[in-house]
Design a protein around this ligand. Structure first.
Ligand code: AMP
Length: 439
């Protein structure tokens, strides 16, 4: 199948060609025809699958095919969980809309709102936004949702994790009931299904990889290691292998800062990216990492979510995530676009339990290696793991934590329950009744 076979216009095809894409990715092949037909979709897609073009191309096609009033009301809204993802999605929108008469902009918090308000006033067809700032600007009457035809929720699972469900429902309550809804999510928890049930109308399920599976062509490797030797070992790995672009995950912001400092002291260029960094610092760190000015980006889960870092060969989990699905998100950053990637995890004794839970959702055992001089000698973990191995993963455990530090305490982020979305919708209605495939 080619992009032309999907029924996209010459102007859009030209932009796609300029990006160098030769054929649609599986998610694009599956989702684009349904979106062009005006159907709601619930797509299981991780970052790295080409999902952004998967929704942007057909949305641009719709917007350029349909007439808009002169004042250009907002007709398509993309909501994303993080500022970085919003910026990336908008970069894509701009590139793909190069040859069509479509205006777009991006808005997110942490930066001056004035220029955003000014751009919105000029009229945009498609807007990419994070929920908080968007609602703020809506309250200030800088934007209206009354003419929105298409709503796209990108990385919906992460938006739930970050507590955006109320904001999303509020935004939806200002939209027309009749519109098309596209929801993308890497994982499908009960809460995601509930959110989807409230927003989507007869959605077509689009799946490109089995649920919770990681991208193919990723090799997983565990180094069983002493907790106190993780930094030294990371430096050794990077130096011995002469790695030039490595994304490292830590569980805490403090941990990210600490590791970054140590890497820099060891002569390795690095920067940290997390929620306590200013937007300017986050953007700069990502840019420097992408253009190889720095070798290492140390990130927390939320900050790294959705970052488009093409052809990333190595991801190191300095600590395993305490929510196993986060492992899937993390390694979504390697092995993308057909490239082989390596996901390395440094696992100390107290993290063994996390490893087993991750293996459960991966449905495979990860090979473990012990390197001489870095052998695990810490004993706090096995006792705890043994006594709690039946406990539910990711939830607060009862009893002592056998001396493990605060940052290693299993903790699940709160999910918001019981918020019924205000706008149940009936689709844009361009094609009559959509096929039934309900969630
Ligand atoms: P995404 O999953 O949307 O973040 O996209 C991941 C990466 O794949 C981005 O760098 C895109 O530019 C790239 N990409 C998207 N579609 C294609 C395609 N059909 N062929 C090759 N690369 C693509």
């Amino acid at each position: 199948m080619t992009f032309k076979d999907l029924g996209l216009s010459a102007a859009i095809l030209k932009a796609v060609e300029e990006k160098g894409y030769t054929k649609p990715s599986p998610i694009q092949e599956k989702a684009i025809p349904h979106i062009l037909e005006g159907k709601d979709i619930l797509a299981s897609a991780q970052t790295g699958t080409g999902k952004t073009a998967g929704f942007t191309l057909p949305v641009l096609q719709y917007l350029s095919d349909t007439k808009h009033p002169k004042y250009r009301p907002l007709r398509a809204l993309v909501l994303t969980p993080t500022r970085e993802l919003a910026a990336q999605v908008h970069d894509n929108v701009r590139e793909y809309s190069k040859y069509v008469d479509i205006r777009s902009t991006v808005i997110f918090g942490g930066v001056n709102a004035k220029p955003q308000i000014a751009t919105l006033r000029t009229g945009v067809d498609i807007l990419v936004a994070t929920p908080g700032r968007l609602l703020d600007l809506h309250d200030r009457k800088a934007v209206s949702f009354k003419r929105v035809d298409i709503l796209i929720l990108d990385e919906a699972d992460r938006m739930l994790d970050m507590g955006f469900v109320r904001d999303i429902n509020k935004i939806i309550s200002f939209m027309p009931e009749k519109r098309q809804n596209l929801m993308f999510s890497a994982t499908f928890s009960k809460d995601i299904k509930k959110l989807a049930a409230g927003i989507l109308r007869n959605p077509v399920a689009v799946e490109t990889a089995p649920q919770n599976s990681t991208a193919k062509k990723v090799t997983h490797k565990v180094y069983k290691i002493d907790k106190s030797k993780k930094t030294e070992f990371t430096i050794k790995l990077v130096k011995d292998n002469n790695w030039n672009q490595v994304l490292i995950f830590t569980r805490t912001k403090h941990g990210a800062n600490k590791l970054t400092k140590k890497l820099i002291s060891a002569g390795i260029t690095a920067a940290a990216i997390h929620g306590n960094k200013s937007q300017g610092a986050r953007t700069k760190a990502l840019k420097n990492f992408k253009d190889n000015t720095i070798k290492i980006l140390v990130a927390t889960d939320i900050a790294a979510r959705g970052l488009d870092i093409p052809l990333l060969p190595h991801v190191i989990n300095f600590e395993l995530p305490n929510v196993p699905e986060d492992y899937v998100h993390r390694i979504g950053r390697t092995g993308r676009a057909g490239a082989v990637g390596e996901a390395i995890s440094l696992v100390c004794s107290e993290e063994s339990e996390y490893q087993s839970e991750i293996e459960k959702i991966l449905k495979e055992k990860i090979a473990s290696t012990i390197v001489e001089g870095f052998e695990p000698t810490d004993t706090a973990g096995p006792k705890r793991a043994a006594s709690q191995s039946k406990g539910s993963f990711g939830k607060k455990k009862k009893g002592g934590n056998s001396g493990s530090s605060n940052q290693n305490k299993p903790k699940r982020k709160p999910h918001f329950k019981g918020n019924k979305p205000a706008g149940a919708t009936s689709g844009r209605g361009r094609t009559g009744a959509p096929k039934k495939k309900r969630f």
